[in-house]
Design a binder for this molecule. Sequence first.
Ligand SMILES: C[S@@+](CC[C@H](N)C(=O)[O-])C[C@H]1O[C@@H](n2cnc3c(N)ncnc32)[C@H](O)[C@@H]1O
Ligand code: SF4
Ligand code: SF4
Length: 311
Amino acid sequence: MIADLFDTQHTTLYLEIEPSNRCNARCSICPTTRRTPPTNMDMRTFCRIIESYVAYRPTMPLNRLVDDPAWPVLFLAGGGEPLINPQMEDMVGLAARSGFQTILVTNAALLTKDRIKALEDAGLAEVYVSFIGIKPDEYRRSMGIDYDKTYANVMQLRESKIPFRLTYTAASTLESTDAQITAFWQARKIEIAGPNPVWNRGGHLEQSRSKGRPAEPVRPPRFDIPCWCLRLKYWDSISANGDYVMCCCDYFGPSQPLGNLAQDSLATVHGNYARRLEQPHDICRACLRPDAFVSVGRAVHDFLRRHGFHL
Ligand SMILES: C[S@@+](CC[C@H](N)C(=O)[O-])C[C@H]1O[C@@H](n2cnc3c(N)ncnc32)[C@H](O)[C@@H]1O
Ligand code: SF4
Ligand code: SF4
């Protein structure tokens, strides 16, 4: 069964749902080619998606191996700001009650004290806050939102019981060094992860090389290996209208969905999955950072070790 984890068949270790494709920020490193119309996922679609994955979980080789429906981990993120959806707290509550480890990825601009409390009560497992810059000017240049307000929200979050970490991307708009950024957050007893490299999101981020720090290594996918990107094997990405898209790069620009989970069954959509690896897709040909996701391998490795497998 362990061998199943390394073949080219798809298995959903990570499920990313986009609660909203709208955003209140304008990050320099994020494609601005938003989908139209602006959409918040409705609760009916969200429920249907959760029900589909609850039924799918027991069939997964990794879950069967350890007799624990631990996977997939659910990320509420996407190509917009999740907290724009006023039903976020209800979504977290349903996902947590359904047994999903649920992680919110947010710019935190809308993360008020009341919403933090509601998310905590709903059972949110963790928050990743995207925070690029430690000075008001560089932050505003990097993200296009107000520093003081978001900083205050982060400090409120620190008072809650929800585990969280800050993440940042190596945007060219940053003037602070990595050492300064790390020291700044460590002094406030806040975990900081980064810098994450800027990648071109399947070609949707125009002139991506100028958006990141100079001399960043970039690597195109290797199409001579059967599964050229771990996203394709391990990750499901669902956009705000329920479309099951090729990968998170396909949130931006015109997508080629493999189905729509507001109408189609997960089995049907996963059945279309083979199409993902038949031939390189346009976004993959343009993509310069498929290796941004090698951490998937480490997470599986750690999980198996915790369950007594010595790999
Ligand atoms: C697309 S956002 C969605 C959730 C939310 N709006 C946020 O920013 O946290 C998820 C993460 O992707 C990162 N990101 C966006 N564009 C990127 C790029 N071109 N390269 C690297 N990371 C990027 C953001 O900084 C953020 O941490
Ligand atoms: S990275 Fe997140 S916060 Fe920034 S523009 Fe993109 S979706 Fe909005
Ligand atoms: S190669 Fe890039 S565009 Fe293709 S699936 Fe991987 S991350 Fe997405």
